[in-house]
Design a protein around this ligand. Structure first.
Ligand SMILES: [Zn+2]
Ligand SMILES: [Zn+2]
Length: 591
């Protein structure tokens, strides 16, 4: 007995026998050179898709077996004389009708099998061969069949060759090839100008997803848990031509970013409220932080467009998401919050107008990555009388290269380095970020550092939680921690007096009041509250010294330090906290 491998039917496991049979071919090997030269004219993304994978495949291409012994499909239009063996190929339904005298409404089997032709050589009967065409024949002619050619010609002459096709990397020998083959056979050229070859979605460990492996995640489930926008953004932000590993953790990361973007708009629209928005001319903006943001906006728009032109969807998508998360939310809003919320109308109106201008320009870009989120924001906050009824009808604003200020960008990079070195210096001695420090001295010979500090000292003070920022050398008679950044050194004063400690405590209180507001579902800028606090003498002092600051930051009309919970009559929420080892009870009441 010889034990050997045996092919079986993939559906019913019936053993199969492989044997040679006679088939019809198209001699593709004759046009191999033409296929190669036509393929070289196509723009491939990624380039190695065309230069390596597709080219390798074309180099080894063999003659094409076009006949199949099946029932459903395109019947092969070949008739053979029973008597003399003459072969005729019908070029059209019209030709078949002329030759046979039979008009068919349906050219498929079984009807077409009934049609016979009289042989013009010997007068015998010609019958169709029973075969059908390889399905790759149908797929290969989709570029003209879908345009009604050859019955109609205008659409094809207008659109041929098509600009763009996209499919997975399994289609190198599939659709990419079948289109090229039919294009070259019938029209003498590649039927497409550019190809984006995308990857597959795999599981977290990089395995193919299969129901039987139990690692298959139905898209409906992803959409149900995170929504379409989040799923779409998850896919779009990854390199399209690489296989994509799906993970719930990855979805959560994207969800967090979209949530930050949503909160940017909630914040903006809350403070825009019914304020008058001034139409700004971005070229007139003078404040360096606003100028920087507008510069960033224009760079984002420029990079987005360039990335899209080259089908780099991931670069474009990350540009817009990072702009809103890193530049707008994490940096700009933190430093501009005070001005946007300022009681001084002129200040708040100026800053809110810049923010409004930037966000209004961003929305059409955002709608490409997260269409539902963008539509909601547009309809809720930005659609004015006379505007199109959907974000999808807005045109993408053009970037203005005049507004791109590369110097300001590089200065902000220096600022970011200073802030990050301050964070490292703090954590090296276990100093909390919420503890305000008296001052930072920045020491550098680099004129750009000096300029960065002059332009953005406010950003450094807010982000590094300082009361002062200076350029210079550290004095000898003060306690410091030192940090360094690419460009210089920083010295953080460790002289933490009562003032700084109380301010630090006030920040701790603000943070907890804000957490409690959130728990009660109260939006900053909308609902106002009363706050009652029970704590030790230092807490009382902190509230006294920083009353306005706490009240302003938590939208409170009243902050009262109590000795006894009895003094708090009615409250919405009371909570016990620990702040620097002290027990503090906070009550928040919505007014
Ligand atoms: Zn079977
Ligand atoms: Zn004949």
């Amino acid at each position: 007995t010889v034990v050997h491998k045996y092919p079986v039917c993939w559906r019913c496991d019936t053993p199969l026998i492989i044997r040679a049979t006679k088939q019809w071919f198209i001699r593709i090997s004759d046009i191999r050179e033409k296929l190669l030269s036509e393929s070289d004219k196509v723009e491939w993304v990624p380039r190695w898709g065309g230069e390596r994978r597709f080219r390798d495949w074309l180099l080894g291409v063999e003659d094409w077996i076009i006949s199949r012994q099946r029932y459903w499909g395109i019947p092969m239009p070949i008739w053979i004389c029973e008597k003399c063996g003459k072969v005729e190929v019908m070029g059209s339904s019209k030709e078949l009708e002329d030759r046979s005298g039979v008009k068919l409404n349906d050219l498929h089997r079984p009807w077409v099998d009934e049609v016979s032709i009289k042989c013009d050589s010997c007068g015998g009967t010609m019958r169709r061969i029973p075969d059908i065409m390889d399905v790759w024949y149908d797929s290969g002619i989709s570029f003209f069949a879908s345009l009604g050619y050859p019955y109609k010609t205008d659409s094809l002459s207008e659109m041929f060759p098509v600009d763009f096709i996209t499919e997975g990397h399994d289609q190198v020998r599939g659709w990419f090839f079948s289109l090229l083959r039919m294009g070259v056979l019938l029209f003498g050229r590649a039927p497409y100008r550019s190809v984006l070859m995308h990857g597959f979605m795999l599981d977290e460990k990089g395995r193919e997803m299969h129901k039987r492996l139990g690692n298959y995640v139905p898209p409906q489930e992803i959409v149900k848990r995170f929504g379409r926008d989040c799923f779409r953004a998850f896919v779009l932000t990854k390199v399209p031509w690489q296989d994509l590993r799906f993970s719930w953790r990855g979805m959560e990361e994207v969800w967090r970013k979209l949530n930050i973007i949503w909160n940017v708009y909630v914040f903006a629209t809350t403070y825009i409220g019914d304020k008058e928005i001034k139409e700004i001319d971005p070229r007139d903006v003078r404040d360096p932080i606003n100028k920087w943001l507008i510069s960033r906006l224009n760079i984002m728009m420029k990079n987005f467009r360039e990335a899209m032109e080259g089908y780099n969807l991931h670069i474009a998508s990350n540009e817009i998401i990072n702009f809103l998360v890193e530049d707008v939310s994490h940096l700009y809003l933190r430093v501009s919050r005070k001005k946007i919320r300022s009681k001084d109308e002129a200040t708040s109106s100026e800053w809110i107008s810049v923010l409004y201008y930037v966000l209004r320009n961003v929305i059409p870009y955002l709608s490409i990555v997260t269409p539902f989120l963008a539509e909601k924001i547009y309809l809720d906050a930005f659609m004015m009388d006379g505007d199109p009824e959907s974000v999808n009808f807005l045109t993408l604003p053009e970037p203005d290269s005049y507004m791109i200020d590369e110097e300001l960008e590089s200065l902000m990079d220096i600022v970011r380095r200073i802030i990050s070195s301050s964070g490292q210096a703090r954590s090296s001695v276990g100093l909390k970020k919420r503890q305000p420090l008296r001052r930072m001295i920045i020491s550098s010979e680099n004129p750009a550092v000096k300029k960065a500090v002059e332009n953005f000292s406010e950003v450094i003070m807010i982000e590094a939680n300082l009361r002062e920022v200076e350029l210079g050398d550290p004095p000898k008679d003060e306690k410091w921690i030192e940090g360094s950044f690419n460009g210089g050194k920083i010295y953080l004063s460790l002289e933490i007096g009562e003032e700084e400690i109380l301010e630090g405590l006030s920040r701790e209180l603000i943070r907890r009041i804000q957490l409690m507001r959130k728990e009660l579902g109260l939006t900053l800028g909308v609902e106002r509250i009363e706050v009652y606090i029970q704590g030790d003498e230092e807490i009382r002092k902190a509230v006294d010294s920083f009353y306005d600051d706490i009240a302003w930051n938590s939208d409170a009309d009243l902050i009262k330090v109590v000795n006894d919970p009895e003094e708090v009559s009615e409250f919405s929420l009371g909570k016990e906290w620990e702040i620097d080892g002290k027990k503090v009870v906070i009550w928040v009441k919505k007014i």
